[in-house]
Structures are given as C-alpha cells and as structure tokens.
Design a protein. Structure first.
Length: 84
C-alpha cells in the first residue's frame, strides 16, 4: 500500500524497493538489499517484522542513509514509551 500510495500521489523522486526475493512490484524493480541500490536514498521506510529491523538498519548505515522511518509491529517487549 505504501508504494501504491507513493505512485498514486505522483511522488517526484525515485522509489527503490527492497526484498531478498527480487523481482518487480507495481512495475518497479526490486533489489535484494539496501546495499545494492543504485544510489543512496534520502529516506528509507522500513516495513518488515520487528525481528528483521536491526539488519535493515545496519544495511542502511552501510549505504550511508541518513533518515529512516520504521513501520513495524512486534516491539511490545520494549515496553511503554514515556509520555504516551
């Protein structure tokens, strides 16, 4: 849905998708890892299960990504955030 919304909203920048299986999604090529992207993205949106987030964040660091947004579930073991 995130990719579809970016496309429907006519996001003007490049959209790079990552999944170890590769292939295409909505006509866009899918790269096997963040480190394989043709350029360093300004922002990476991570939408994976919580167990995989750290690995993706590490790949982003290797690629030089400076901004990350995590959309995930399964972080209940972290506990309640102060002020929420």
């Amino acid at each position: 849905m995130i990719t579809a919304n970016l496309r429907l909203g006519e996001f003007p920048g490049p959209i790079y998708l990552v999944n170890p299986k590769g292939g295409t999604i909505l006509g866009l090529p899918v790269y096997a890892s963040v480190t394989e992207l043709p350029e360093t993205p300004d922002l990476v949106l991570i939408a994976v299960p919580s167990a995989l987030v750290n690995g993706v964040v590490e790949e982003c660091g290797q690629k030089g990504v400076s901004a990350i947004v995590v959309v995930s579930a399964g972080f209940s073991e972290v506990g309640r955030t102060a002020g929420l």
